[in-house]
Write a protein that binds this ligand. Structure first.
Ligand SMILES: Cc1cc2nc3c(=O)[nH]c(=O)nc-3n(C[C@H](O)[C@H](O)[C@H](O)COP(=O)(O)O)c2cc1C
Length: 504
């Protein structure tokens, strides 16, 4: 939090800070890990404020359990305050400011720092070989029709690219198959899937490590589309302002987060798969039907004393774990991608949290500087690495429209767009078998995108009617005497003001 003199070092410090914000609930009474915890997380997700919940006593896991894990749910959820502190910004940072700051920090990559095994808290306890038993962990079932229990949902999975050697840190779910096996679900085109496919082509097995209890910043970064030749560890370090401490895994050359609460290590043998799923997804529907997914044989479980497992419920808005933070970090990533391409005039970007977990609708506000500028921004925002996956609706508005305000965006759509001219469609774009709209699961990896220009028509800019906006001096004088006039509530924020026509 703002008063710390160093960034959050681990999940435990993160929980302390959330507690200081008044957004932590500890449940000490027994709660069932099958559906009951998921139900509580779903319901808490709908509250304002919506707290993080720590289940300290999972039903059926008594004091004799050698691991003694607790479960954390609704990690950052819809709380902008928790999202801000996770990103090492003050809790009261407002949405667009937070997006802008995160974008700025994405430029500062800091490589991870390897520490010795003796100094790594994650190696406090290890179960290896015949002692590996995932049934010792209260791995939960999230939804009634889930295909199994899912560990590692608010997690990060580490794999190494067999060609360029860089470490990928990705957020992917893992379904428990047995005491020693989990499935790894990977959408087409995702980095770990590319690593596995390429290794299998070479007849090689694939080492995997997964942090199932970890500072939520790993999930925030691990779930974004970063370049395939730079490790997410560097972006996590950049956002933290400090190198991530990592330590060599016991059975491979992977580097794992040294301060994590619980890490599993394992190996995927060539062509080893098993039926996995379905799982209640970010769309608010069950995803693809049962499918084959890479099978991980777990060789080790490393954990700190009384580890805390981080769980991410996928659901409709606002109970979907990813919605709130996608609105910040996905927006920042798309903006950063456009900046890197040198596209001028971007005033703000917002991946709306209510639309398919922040994947569905991206709004870009921009200052139109030349003919065709809005069309260029729409096509690029639709296809840059940070924005290409899934997104169906990409809308451009002028800079006098706040992209975070759905009311203002709808006003722009209603008053500035002309559907017969202003909608373009991209077809056969990058999507996922989780998209319910495509019907046949075989078709689902292909999506489409509508590019909607809701900016003032550039061809008729001179004749475009003047908007009814307040004079700035009047707004300020009214705001100054708001209380005196005994008007209710806070003065609403306004970003567009009247400009007198330049004198002849
Ligand atoms: C909580 C959570 C769980 C996720 N689970 C999966 C998953 O099981 N499989 C998958 O392919 N993507 C999953 N995603 C989306 C990926 O994290 C996202 O596409 C990310 O870009 C993947 O990393 P990569 O680009 O390094 O492959 C999940 C995202 C979140 C926030």
């Amino acid at each position: 939090m703002a008063n710390r003199n160093q960034p959050i070092q681990d999940l435990r410090e993160w929980i302390e800070d959330v507690d200081k914000l008044g957004e932590l609930v500890r449940v000490t009474k027994p709660v069932d890990r099958d559906e009951e915890m998921g139900a509580i997380a779903y319901l808490l997700g709908k509250q304002h404020p919506s707290p993080t919940v720590l289940f300290e006593n999972p039903n059926g896991f008594d004091d004799n359990n050698p691991i003694g894990a607790k479960l954390l749910w609704n990690l950052v959820g819809p709380s902008i305050k928790r999202i801000a502190i996770t990103l090492e910004e003050p809790a009261d940072t407002q949405t667009i400011e937070l997006i802008t700051k995160v974008k700025g920090k994405m430029a500062n990559r800091i490589p991870p720092e390897e520490i010795s095994a003796d100094d790594a808290p994650i190696y406090a306890n290890t179960l290896s070989g015949a002692d590996v038993d995932l049934d010792l962990l209260p791995i939960p079932t999230h939804w009634p029709m889930d295909g199994g229990r899912y560990g590692g949902t608010g997690d990060c999975v580490i794999t190494r690219d067999p060609e360029n050697g860089y470490l990928n840190v990705g957020t992917y779910r893992m379904m428990q198959h047995s005491k020693t096996e989990v499935g790894l679900h990977l959408s087409p085109g995702k980095d770990a899937r590319l690593h596995i496919e390429r290794s299998w082509e070479q007849g090689k097995s694939v080492p995997v490590a997964a942090a199932w209890g970890v500072d939520p910043l790993f999930m925030l970064v691990g779930s974004q589309g970063f370049p395939k030749n730079i490790s997410e560890y560097e972006y996590i370090g950049g956002l933290k302002g400090q190198a991530v401490p990592v330590v060599k895994a016991k059975n491979s050359d992977l580097l794992i987060p040294a301060n994590a609460d619980l890490v599993i290590e394992g190996v995927i043998e060539p062509q080893a798969t098993r039926a996995e799923g379905p799982f209640g997804e970010f769309t608010g529907y069950y995803g693809a039907p049962v499918r084959q997914a890479p099978l991980v044989k777990v060789t080790d479980i490393h954990f700190r004393d009384n580890p805390i497992l981080t769980n991410a419920l996928m659901a409709d808005y606002p109970s979907c774990e990813q919605s709130g933070f996608f609105a910040i970090i996905r927006s920042a990533k798309i903006w950063d991608d456009l900046d890197k391409l040198g596209v001028p005039g971007i005033a703000g970007i917002y991946a709306h949290p209510a639309s398919a977990g922040g994947y569905g609708l991206t709004v870009i506000s921009m200052e139109q500087r030349y003919a065709g500028h809005a069309s260029q921004v729409l096509s690029l925002a639709a296809q840059v690495p940070g924005g290409a996956f899934f997104t169906k609706w990409i809308v451009a508005v002028d800079e006098d429209v706040d992209p975070t305000s759905i009311d203002e965006v709808l006003w722009a759509l209603g008053s500035r767009s002309n559907p017969s001219d202003d909608i373009d469609i991209l077809r056969n774009t990058w999507s996922t078998p989780l998209d319910p709209s495509q019907g046949d699961p075989k078709l689902r990896p292909y999506g489409s995108k509508a590019l909607i220009n809701a900016c003032k028509n550039h061809k008729h800019m001179e004749h475009f009617p003047k908007r009814t906006v307040l004079r700035k001096e009047i707004y300020e004088s009214v705001a100054a005497k708001w209380e005196d006039l005994e008007l209710p509530g806070d003065v609403p924020n306004v970003i567009a003001f009247h400009k007198d026509a330049p004198e002849e």
